[in-house]
Design a protein around this ligand. Structure first.
Ligand SMILES: Nc1nc2c(c(=O)[nH]1)N[C@H]1C(S)=C(S)[C@@H](COP(=O)(O)O)O[C@H]1N2
Ligand SMILES: [Mo]
Length: 570
């Protein structure tokens, strides 16, 4: 019965119908390709991060609820952005195929569909936190227009179209096809009802289009798109090269106040332990930027203004270089780090004291009668990060950092200037690619993450991590070194203990403390007996408080609980 009906449908289909749909689908992909290429080119003229894919991706990032974002970070780690972009491109190609196939029957509706996609990109671009308005919509709108025009053009000239049957593209049975559109559409149901426009369009079709003509048009379109996109890329790329050149020219002067030399016995040489200083290339990266901002340091400015600022300041990069620089070891941690997770790093930062700059601007902390209790840092990519003014000015080494481990900040870590504040999670302190500091009140303004359900204030929680042995390791019986890091920035780590299964807590050997603001190495030689074992670690901070066993999720102010590793001793 079913087969029968399919058979009938096949019989009614004009020869070349399927080929026509396939050519339509291909036209759809070409239209999407041209759209993206034109958008890339226009975005190079307007501004680099306003292209549709990045805009839609950014809009998706902005709207991702905290638990989903955390899952993405957990699952894909640093690749979360690639996964997102690949997902968007895949969806785009699928839609383009479908839209093109649809347009092979309904040209106008198909072309309108492409315009709609352009509009979605435009909305996404103007809705980004860093959007400066209508200009950001231009790349997507121009791309949508170009793509719609191309789809309309190509689908008017598809091989197998009724107007083109005479040229033989439809095959030998071409004549049956002359009634084709209605019959064909009737057979496929919902997607394409009888097309009122089609009958009127057919006479307009350029006669003489055949497969060769279509292939030629399609190839030309693809080549033109590649050229437009390539030009856009190279224009966008030249800004990046200026930024890279500005970074290469920088010679960071020595600090007026050097970091306390790390005691030799602060580093344990246990195989598998996290290095005490995290090399830049291994430093974790967490941010919302789908395209890493590349700022030209020679054009960079930082504006400091807001409530209680009696002397607003605008600083250049050279202004900062001429100031007294301090160098400090500071461990940075992310609020999205799970217990035992990788989002913590320790680096030697160099920069200017933020409290000094604020004082020069006339800022007083709330405890001295200052009106502003929140400092909102804004980045070139529209991120906003709010820190408590009281903590920034309480004597800790809150930095406007220019350098990381002896070199200017890498682009991924905030070049040219970022904040680093000991004791606060990155999302409330460590704004990268910073361009503005505004003094305001917590009651008056919620920055980016706070709007998305994270806590306004978030001091770092005491944590400890077992780096070795790894989960599910199978060490040989005998002495096994258990080792890792523990951190409690501002308070310092006073004690680390390890428990084997349900046994007593045993004190680990603590490496020397570098500073209260850095993590601390620890280790414990364990006489391992065959069988499965659970190893658990806990730290005690400088105030005597023991790391809690109570497990909380990362949202809203950081995970708590103790890290355990299960191993099987052979
Ligand atoms: N501009 C900008 N700065 C940002 C972020 C961001 O998304 N955008 N993320 C913050 C978060 S959540 C953390 S944990 C730190 C991470 O800094 P890193 O990538 O250099 O390790 O940067 C902070 N600064
Ligand atoms: Mo973070």
């Amino acid at each position: 019965m079913n087969r029968n009906r399919n058979q009938q449908r096949k019989d009614r289909r004009p020869p070349g119908g399927r080929r026509r749909v396939a050519a339509g689908a291909l036209s759809g992909v070409l239209a999407a390709y041209l759209s993206l290429a034109v958008a890339e080119l226009v975005s190079a003229a307007v501004r680099p991060e306003s292209g549709p894919v990045i805009a839609v991706g950014g809009a998706a990032v902005d709207r991702t609820p905290a638990p989903l974002k955390d899952w993405a970070i957990r699952t894909f780690g640093a690749n979360d952005k690639l996964v997102l972009l690949a997902g968007i491109l895949t969806v785009l190609v699928l839609f383009a195929l479908a839209l093109g196939a649809f347009a092979s029957r309904r040209r106008r509706a198909g072309a309108a569909g492409v315009l709609l996609f352009g509009a979605v990109g435009a909305l996404a671009a103007t809705g980004r936190p860093d959007s400066t308005g209508f200009l950001d919509a231009l790349p997507s709108l121009a791309g949508g227009l170009a793509g719609a025009a191309l789809l309309y053009f190509l689908t008017g000239r598809l091989p197998g179209a009724s107007g083109a049957l005479g040229d033989g593209a439809g095959g030998t049975g071409g004549v049956t096809g002359s009634t084709g559109d209605a019959g064909d559409a009737g057979g496929t149901g919902g997607l394409s009802g009888p097309e009122p426009g089609e009958g009127r369009e057919s006479p307009d079709l350029a006669p003489g289009w055949n497969r060769r003509g279509f292939v030629l048009a399609a190839t030309t379109a693809a080549a033109a798109s590649t050229a437009a996109g390539g030009l856009g890329r190279s224009l966008n790329g030249s800004r990046g090269r200026d930024a890279a050149a500005s970074r290469a020219r920088i010679a960071l002067p020595g600090p007026a106040s050097a970091a306390v030399p790390t005691p030799a016995d602060a580093r344990l040489r246990v195989p598998g332990i996290t290095p005490f200083i995290t090399p830049n290339k291994d430093f974790y990266r967490v941010d919302t930027a789908l395209v890493v901002p590349r700022v030209d340091a020679s054009r960079w400015r930082l504006r400091i203004h807001g409530e209680g600022v009696t002397r607003p300041l605008t600083l250049t990069y050279d202004d900062l270089l001429r100031r007294e620089l301090i160098e400090r070891h500071i461990t940075l941690t992310c609020v999205s780090n799970e217990v035992g997770g990788p989002y913590a790093g320790n680096a030697r930062w160099i920069g200017v004291r933020l409290s000094e700059l604020l004082r020069e601007c006339g800022v007083r902390p709330p405890s001295r009668g200052g009106p502003a209790d929140q400092l909102v840092a804004r980045s070139v990519d529209g991120m906003t990060i709010g820190s408590p003014v009281e903590e920034l000015m309480d004597g800790r080494d809150a930095l406007l950092a220019l350098g990381m481990n002896g070199e200017p900040l890498p682009f991924t870590h905030g070049f040219p200037v970022r904040m680093v504040v000991p004791g606060l999670y990155g999302y409330v302190s460590a704004c990268k690619w910073i361009r503005e500091l505004e003094l305001t009140r917590f009651a008056a303004y919620d920055p980016y993450w706070v709007k998305r359900g994270w806590a306004r204030e978030a001091p770092v929680k005491t944590q400890s991590r077992i780096d070795t042995p790894k989960p599910f390791a199978r060490p040989a019986a005998g002495t096994v070194m258990i080792a890792g890091v523990a951190w409690a920035q501002r308070r310092g780590v006073e004690r680390v203990e390890v428990r084997i299964d349900e046994g007593p807590w045993r004190p680990a050997v603590l490496a020397a403390q570098d500073t209260r603001d850095t993590w601390r190495h620890w280790s414990l030689p364990w006489r391992a007996t065959p069988g499965p074992h659970t190893l658990t670690v806990r730290a005690t901070d400088g105030t005597g408080e023991v790391q809690t066993a109570e497990r909380t999720r990362t949202v809203p102010d950081g995970a708590s609980g103790r890290h355990s590793v299960v191993v099987t001793v052979d």
